[in-house]
Design a protein. Structure first.
Length: 233
């Protein structure tokens, strides 16, 4: 005797599908900012690691070659760029290089990633940094504020001497600043056209990712500062 069985078709109702889609949408809204923050932090970490490596390279060069070695940080002062092409203006507050007394510049100019700048607490007519960073920054150690201006060729070894912000490592590995030491601060900003004596003006992002590097004056040894971890501790 042949028996037949009726198959039952199972599936989602329209209401169930709408609920699933809504849950996915909510999870996406939560996840996307988190992934964006990971990307921001990754870019910043890469920038600070490269700077950290350059500082250590400069210190090692000073010790090995027995000569003062400079890590050069161009600021935003318009007078530095007089007679230079506008491409050189792009170095302001986002580039650095190593200069030595014997060989001139021994590295190419290295740039921070787009949207990341050095914090210059002496940035002409711009105290916006206070709103975001006042609790973290020590103006007395800021590389752009501690009397670390040196007369060296800028922007290349064949250029006339300029007053440029530098950290100078001595043959002992220490800084010429002695016990004072220095800190270098980096954060996210939007660059606008400058005004007056400025090449650029910086508008700091809200809740910016920020990093720093501390350089001991006595030893020249460096330490990375992660302000996100500092705030959480």
């Amino acid at each position: 005797m042949k028996t037949t069985t009726s198959s039952v078709r199972e599936g989602f109702t329209l209401v169930e599908l709408l609920i699933v889609i809504s849950v996915i949408a909510v999870m996406t809204l939560i996840a996307v900012p988190a992934f964006q923050d990971i990307g921001r932090g990754s870019k910043m970490n890469g920038a600070v690691r490269e700077l950290y490596a350059t500082l250590n390279l400069a210190r090692q060069w000073a010790i090995t070659h027995r000569e003062n070695t400079y890590v050069v940080f161009p600021d935003d002062f318009n007078g530095m760029y007089g007679g230079l092409s506008t491409n050189e203006h792009k170095k302001a507050l986002r580039s650095y290089a190593v200069y030595t007394e014997g060989k001139g510049y021994v590295t190419e100019w290295r740039f921070l990633p787009a949207g990341i700048y050095f914090i210059d607490t002496n940035n002409s007519d711009n105290d916006d940094w206070r709103n975001e960073f006042e609790d973290e920054i020590l103006p007395g150690k800021d590389v752009f504020r501690i009397g670390s201006v040196e007369q060296i060729p800028f922007p290349d070894s064949d250029s006339p001497d300029q007053d440029v912000n530098c950290l100078v490592f001595e043959p002992t590995g220490s800084l010429t600043l002695g016990a004072i030491g220095a800190e270098i601060y980096i954060a996210e900003a939007v660059a606008l056209d400058g005004a007056g004596s400025q090449v650029i003006r910086l508008v700091w992002k809200e809740n910016p990712v920020m990093r720093g590097i501390n350089v001991s004056g006595l030893t020249g040894l460096t330490k990375i500062i992660d302000y996100a971890q500092t705030d959480d501790s």
